[in-house]
Design a protein around this ligand. Structure first.
Ligand code: ATP
Ligand code: MG
Length: 216
């Protein structure tokens, strides 16, 4: 087992759900790494501010992974005094792990499609590999700046990604789960049950803390 590469998935996780968890677990097995880190963001920079605090979203991630050693909640963004830019996270990881350590950032196709709008996105590839996961409803970019970027950096070799520090984009198809946090928030707001879209422990936390507009 290669436990050398640091592989992570960032997100708002508002709340974390089985689409995140299944994706992370399948990638962990596919890459043969020891674990995947899930990094909830502190202050979202790409979307309107969610109503749940960073600590609440982190608590839900912790509950979701508590019985799964292959998945680890990483509080580096929540505990950082900087805003949650991916660039900051990658720079801090690179500094911590050293120049030669493979670092892989997992993102869904929807997130990848918006990459050119992220703060200093072109530097990401100097600091990490990007593992892009197909997500129902989102196509691979084939034109414009991202299409060019993809062509330039694309690899099909998992070995390459595990043995070099950064620089490649690797697409991977997994069990498609069309679950989103948006759908879960809407389900709860409607008064319907969101069970089986995420772990029961997360649902109990939401109920105990009356999140997403729950009143009883
Ligand atoms: P929202 O609906 O609020 O945008 P989300 O479900 O997209 O939430 P995020 O926290 O925004 O969740 O996503 C974090 C990361 O997980 C992103 O890279 C996103 O593409 C990926 N992701 C989320 N849901 C899935 C899924 N069902 N399958 C694959 N990747 C996913
Ligand atoms: Mg999203």
């Amino acid at each position: 087992m290669n436990d050398d590469a640091y592989v992570f998935m960032g997100g708002t996780f508002d709340p974390i759900h089985n689409g995140h968890l299944r994706t992370a677990l399948e990638i962990q097995q596919w890459m043969g790494v020891k674990h995947i880190c899930l990094i909830p963001s502190k202050d979202p920079v790409h979307r309107s501010t969610p109503g749940r605090s960073a600590n609440q979203r982190l608590a839900m991630v912790r509950l979701a992974v508590e019985n799964e050693p292959a998945l680890v909640a990483d509080d580096r963004e929540v505990c950082s005094d900087k805003p949650s830019y991916s660039l900051h996270t990658l720079l801090s990881l690179r500094q911590e792990l050293g120049e030669q350590h493979p670092i892989c950032m997992i993102m869904g196709m929807d997130a990848y499609q918006t990459l050119p709008s992220w703060h200093e996105w072109e530097r990401f590839i100097e600091l990490a590999h990007l593992i892009v996961v197909k997500r129902p409803g989102y196509e691979e970019p084939d034109c414009n700046v991202l299409g060019e970027f993809t062509k330039k950096h694309r690899t099909k070799s998992i070995e390459h990604v595990l043995t070099s520090p950064a620089g490649a984009v690797l697409f991977h198809e997994l069990t498609p789960l069309g679950i989103s946090a948006t759908q879960i928030r809407q389900t709860i707001t409607r008064g319907d049950s969101p069970r089986y879209l995420f772990p029961d422990s997360v649902w109990h936390y939401i109920q105990d803390n009356r999140l997403y507009g729950l009143t009883n």
